[in-house]
Ligand binder design. Structure first.
Ligand code: MG
Length: 174
C-alpha cells in the first residue's frame, strides 16, 4: 500500500502534469497565432506528452489501489514575446518538475517503496530528456537570432516532430 504522504504527492503530480500540458497547449496556440507552424507542432507534441505523463501517474495510482482526485488546473500565460521566451520558460518549468519528481522519489525512498521507486526512475530519466530538449531549442534559437531565413528553416524542421507513446503506456489501451 502507498503511504498517505506518497499518495497525496502523486495526486498533486497528476495536477502538475496536466498544468504542464495546459502550459504547452497555450504556447502551441500562441506560436500558431504568430505564424510559427513548426514551433506550434513542437509544443503540441509536448502537450500530448504531458497528458501521457498524467495518465502514467493515474494508471500507477490505480494499480496500487489508490484513488485519484482531480483538482482545478490553474491559469497559464497566453502570450510570449517570441519563441526564445517560450523555450526559456519551458526549461525553467521543467527544472521545477524535475524537483517535484525528485521529491516523490525521496518519499518513496523513505517508505522503502521499491515499486514506486521503479516507476519514478522512468520519470527521472524522462526529466533529463525534457531539460536537454529545452536547452537544445534555446541554443538553436540563439544561433538563428534575427535571421529570418534561419528561423524559417528551423520552424520547418520542428514541423516534423511526432508524438511517440511513452513506454509505460505502450502496452496499455490508453
Ligand atoms: Mg511531464
Amino acid at each position: 500500500m502507498l503511504s498517505q504522504k506518497l499518495h497525496d504527492a502523486m495526486n498533486a503530480q497528476v495536477n502538475a502534469e496536466l498544468w504542464s500540458a495546459y502550459l504547452y497547449l497555450s504556447m502551441a496556440l500562441d506560436a500558431e497565432n504568430k505564424g510559427y507552424k513548426g514551433i506550434a507542432n513542437w509544443f503540441h507534441v509536448q502537450f500530448q506528452e504531458e497528458q501521457a505523463h498524467a495518465r502514467i501517474f493515474i494508471n500507477y495510482l490505480h494499480s496500487r489501489d489508490a484513488k485519484v482526485e482531480l483538482k482545478p488546473i490553474e491559469e497559464v500565460p497566453t502570450t510570449w514575446c517570441c519563441p526564445l521566451e517560450m523555450f526559456k520558460q519551458t526549461l525553467e518549468h521543467e527544472k521545477k518538475v524535475t524537483a517535484l519528481i525528485t521529491n516523490l522519489a525521496h518519499i518513496a525512498n523513505e517508505d522503502h517503496d521499491f515499486a514506486s521507486i521503479n516507476r519514478l526512475t522512468w520519470f527521472i530519466d524522462e526529466q533529463v530528456e525534457e531539460e536537454e530538449n529545452a536547452r537544445d531549442m534555446i541554443q538553436a534559437l540563439e544561433a538563428v537570432e534575427d535571421n529570418k531565413y534561419g528561423m524559417y528553416m528551423l520552424d520547418k524542421e520542428l514541423a516534423t516532430r511526432t508524438y511517440n507513446v511513452p513506454s509505460p503506456l505502450a502496452n496499455s489501451a490508453e
